[in-house]
Design a protein around this ligand. Structure first.
Ligand code: ADP
Length: 212
């Protein structure tokens, strides 16, 4: 069942039952300085929606079902560092042919290109290499720095960024992956890689941790 949004009073009731349950309707009303009758509709909603269980003569107790607010909170807590993969980097002077081999060997769809100080210079996608392969230049000769997308046009992220913001960047910029970087005096060091697959895995883990 999809999570429903609760009003402020219903959230308070849930909090009380979580801390003090099992607890009777009268006791909940007392804690909120309200009458039992005022609370009746809220308790009915919470019970029908499955957030609370009620037992005659025992009272209400918390069922463990998550609210929309807690799903949203756990979504905002997903961080790049918890889902990132290892980056695969190649040198600027590697040939397009060798880059294609590297892509197969490492089983990735994007290669990050670095200079001789290991600083990010470019990104190479599958289609960048396909385009070169059907072009007129010899793929065994052409270096990747000629065909890559280069700095400063690279979209990147940091390990403490929220995964939801990274997912938005992937969609807005229409790319499959972002390098995870750390800023250094002489450029960007690549410390990871976030792809649409990582985002999909995070999506599944969100559903699992929230019993959806
Ligand atoms: P494909 O080209 O195989 O569909 P992408 O959608 O990831 O893969 O790449 C589209 C274009 O965007 C390519 O030219 C690639 O070099 C470039 N690109 C890929 N990732 C990035 C990125 N993080 N920042 C900037 N450009 C990128």
């Amino acid at each position: 069942m999809s999570p429903i949004e609760l009003n402020q009073r219903q959230d308070k009731i849930l909090q009380i039952v979580k801390e003090k349950g099992p607890i009777t309707g009268e006791k909940i009303a007392e804690q909120l300085n309200l009458t039992r009758a005022t609370l009746r509709p809220d308790l009915a909603i919470l019970t029908m929606a499955g957030f609370l269980d009620a037992r005659p003569r025992v009272g209400y107790f918390y069922s463990g079902k998550k609210t929309m607010a807690s799903v949203t909170e756990s979504m905002m807590n997903l961080k790049v560092k918890d889902f990132q993969s290892m980056p695969v980097v190649v040198s600027e002077n590697m040939t397009a042919y060798d880059a294609i081999c590297q892509m197969f060997l490492e089983d990735v769809g994007t290669l990050f290109v670095v200079d001789d100080r290991s600083r990010l210079q470019g990104v190479l996608s599958r289609k960048d290499l396909l385009r070169t392969s059907i072009g007129t230049q010899a793929i065994t000769k052409i270096p990747v720095h000629i065909i890559m997308t280069r700095m400063p046009n690279i979209v990147y992220c940091h390990k403490n960024d929220s995964l939801i913001h990274v997912a938005k960047k992937l969609i807005e910029r229409q790319v499959d992956s972002l390098p995870v970087v750390e800023e250094k005096e002489d450029g960007l060091e690549i410390v990871g890689r976030i792809t649409k697959t990582n985002i999909t895995k995070a999506f599944i883990s969100l559903a699992e941790t929230n019993d959806l």
